[in-house]
Design a protein around this ligand. Sequence first.
Ligand SMILES: [Zn+2]
Length: 278
Amino acid sequence: MLINMGIILREAKRERFGVIAPSTFDGESIRACFDAAVELRAPIIINAGGSLDMGFIADVVKFFSNKFTELPVALNLDHGKSFEAAANAIRLGFTSVMIDYSTLNFEENVRGTCEVVRMAHAVGVSVEAELGHVGRGEDYETDRSSYLTRAEEVVEFVKRTDVDCLAIAIGNAHGHYVGKPELDIERLKSINSVTSIPLVLHGGSSTGDKNLKDAVANGIAKINIGTDLSVAGANAIRDKVNGADSTAKLREVIITGFEGYKNELKRYLRLLGSANRW
Ligand SMILES: [Zn+2]
């Protein structure tokens, strides 16, 4: 059933497991997410954003959630950049929106997030915001510590905005890291001690299994994974077309690619304790 993301994450935080939010980009990636979640009986968050055809994404997610009625699933706009983008996603049937004003100053972030929360909550849709700023893995060695989230700001931000969950920067980065990923678990602990809302880790790919498990043990309830799934799928295709199946047809190649994506997703679902939760 397609539900509000806050419901899924509050339970995950209470039960101390991590819900995976895989990056999806077409019908086949969404199918792979539903198959993985159903096979492992894991709740899941379909993440979609950027320049995708959001109406198509919403229709495909509705199709699969009507097929698998027992599965707790949320459809979340990833990195929504404006009030209009959030409103459009809600109109299309998204059950959650992220509003990312993390590059603005604190007051502007609060103000913009409040506007979206008011609209979204009026129609039962949850909101994720970002405080501090999660950068890119390729810049990791040069600017990893410039925009880390501060616990004292979290208290005020959550109180003033009433967001359902919050993406934080604790040494994580989008994409693959240049250098060794190091999460500031002490910072996470201090943030988690001042707020009860579920916390979100963007840039889960290649952060390392132990780092991710430590993060979940200390208040992270949602982990965004994109790059690792995409790379696993692309590698599966390379192995197939460079190996004995070098004459494979388009459909076989596509199926192989999304099997690779799905298997990597299942590895993360098991790793962070999502399996057998419904
Ligand atoms: Zn992100």
